[in-house]
Design a protein around this ligand. Structure first.
Ligand code: FNR
Length: 374
C-alpha cells in the first residue's frame, strides 16, 4: 500500500516521499524580488528537515505580479542565478526543488501582512519606502471589497494578457536555469488566474469571460506556454482553489464541479498534478477550517479527473498525512504552517511512520545522526 513515505514519481522526477512544503510567502526581499539569506536558510532548513518537495513561495513572473514589493520574483536572469544555490542545496539534501509561479492580479501592490495588508497606490509607499503600482484585473468593476480602496486598477486588455502569458513562459525558462525540477502555476487564492476563472471577479464579455471555456482560457494558455518550455521529463503542477466558498451565489461562483472539469482539461495539456487549495477570492467566503478542511475537494478532483492531486490545509500530524495517502484520498500532502512550527516535520514523520528504526535514522542528515533517538 502506498503511504506518505513512499516515493512519488512524476515523469522522470522522483520525490523521496509524499510530504511537500506548501508555498509560503516570506515577504522578505528588498524591493527587487531577489532571494536573501532568509530564503536560503528558510528553504534550506525544510530540505534538511526531510521534505520530499520544497516549494518556494509565490514567485512573481513580473514585478506587477507581486503581492507586496517584498515578494520573491523570477523576471530576470539575475533572479535565476540567485535562486540556483537554493535549488542545489535542496537537491543535495535529497529533496526536489519546486517553484510556484505567480501573478497577484488585483490583489497585488499591498503592504506586508505585518504592516496591515492594505493596498498601496502608485503614488504611495509602504512603511519601508517601497512604492506601489497600478494593478491588473480581469474586471475592475467586480473587485471584491478587500482591505481598503483600490483606485489604480487596470482592466487587462489583449496586450496585457499576452504579456502575462509571455511572462509565465519566460519565468518557466528561468526556473529551469535556476535548477527547479517542478514548476507550479498558481491559479488559486484570488490571484490573477483565479480572478479570470471565477465569475465573481470575471465579468468580461470578450473571449476571456462568460462561459467556462472563456473563463478558463487564460489558465489554459499559461499552462500551454509553460509546458512548451518545461522539459518533457519534468512535471508541472497547478494550484487551484477548488471552490470560492460562496455557495449561496451558485452557479455564479467557482465551485468544485468546475474544478474537476478544469483539472481534466489541464491533464490533457500536460499538467501532472493539481494542488487543490480553496478560497481567497472574496471576503464573504465561508471557509470551514480545521483538520483536513480542504481534503474533500482534492479527493473529488482525484475521483473525477484523470490526474494526480495534492491535498493541503490543516495537516499537522504525520499519521494524518499518512492516512490521506494510504486511504487513496491524495497523491501528495502539502504542509504549510506545521512546517513553520517544525522545520523537521519530514524527519519526524519518518521517525514516527517508518517501521524500521534503522531506515528512519538513515533519513537524518549524516551531520545529525548522533542525535537520532534509538
Ligand atoms: C501561505 N499560503 C500560500 N499559498 C500559496 O499558494 N502561495 C503562497 O505564497 C502562500 N503564502 C503563504 C504564506 C503563509 C505564511 C502561510 C501560512 C500560508 C497558503 C499555504 O500554502 C497553505 O495552502 C495554507 O497555509 C493551508 O495549509 P496549512 O498551513 O494548514 O498546512
Amino acid at each position: 500500500m502506498t503511504d506518505a513515505l513512499a516515493p512519488l514519481s512524476l515523469r522522470d522526477v522522483e520525490a523521496p516521499n509524499r510530504i511537500a512544503v506548501s508555498p509560503m510567502c516570506q515577504y522578505t526581499c528588498e524591493d527587487d524580488g531577489l532571494p536573501t539569506e532568509w530564503h536560503r536558510v528558510h528553504l534550506g532548513s525544510r530540505a534538511v528537515g526531510g521534505a520530499g518537495i520544497v516549494m518556494t513561495e509565490a514567485t512573481a513572473v513580473e514585478p506587477a505580479g507581486r503581492i507586496t514589493p517584498h515578494d520573491l520574483g523570477i523576471w530576470s536572469d539575475e533572479h535565476a542565478a540567485a535562486l540556483e544555490p537554493i535549488t542545489e542545496f535542496v537537491r543535495d539534501q535529497g529533496g526536489v526543488p519546486a517553484i510556484q509561479l505567480a501573478h497577484a492580479g488585483h490583489k497585488a501592490s499591498k503592504t506586508r501582512p505585518w504592516d496591515g495588508n492594505v493596498p498601496i497606490g502608485p503614488d504611495e509607499t509602504d512603511p519601508d519606502g517601497a512604492t506601489g503600482w497600478e494593478v491588473l484585473s480581469p474586471s475592475p468593476d467586480a473587485y471584491p471589497p478587500f482591505e481598503g480602496d483600490r483606485p489604480a486598477m487596470r482592466k487587462a486588455d489583449q496586450d496585457d494578457i499576452q504579456g502575462v502569458i509571455d511572462a509565465y513562459r519566460a519565468a518557466a525558462e528561468r526556473s529551469l536555469d535556476a535548477g527547479f525540477e517542478i514548476a507550479e502555476i498558481h491559479a488559486a487564492h484570488g490571484y490573477l488566474l483565479h480572478e479570470f476563472l471565477s465569475p465573481v471577479t470575471n465579468r468580461r464579455e470578450d473571449d476571456y469571460g462568460g462561459s467556462f471555456e472563456n473563463r478558463t482560457r487564460l489558465v489554459r494558455e499559461v499552462v500551454r506556454a509553460v509546458r512548451d518550455v518545461w522539459p518533457e521529463d519534468k512535471p508541472v503542477f497547478v494550484r487551484i482553489s477548488g471552490t470560492d466558498w460562496l455557495d449561496d451565489r451558485e452557479p455564479e461562483s467557482w465551485d468544485i464541479e468546475q474544478s474537476v472539469r478544469l483539472a481534466d482539461d489541464l491533464a490533457e495539456l500536460g499538467v501532472d498534478l493539481v494542488d487543490v487549495s480553496s478560497g481567497g477570492l472574496h471576503p464573504d467566503e465561508a471557509i470551514p477550517g480545521g483538520p483536513n478542511f480542504q481534503v474533500p475537494l482534492a479527493e473529488r478532483v482525484r475521483e473525477g479527473a484523470d490526474v494526480a492531486v495534492g491535498a493541503v490545509g490543516g495537516v499537522t500530524e504525520p499519521e494524518q498525512a499518512d492516512a490521506l495517502v494510504r486511504n487513496g484520498r491524495t497523491d501528495l500532502v502539502l504542509v504549510g504552517r506545521e512546517f513553520l512550527r517544525d522545520p523537521y516535520f519530514g524527519l519526524h514523520a519518518a521517525d514516527e511512520l517508518e517501521r524500521d528504526p534503522a531506515e528512519a535514522a538513515k533519513q537524518w542528515p549524516v551531520q545529525y545522526r548522533r542525535a537520532v533517538r534509538r
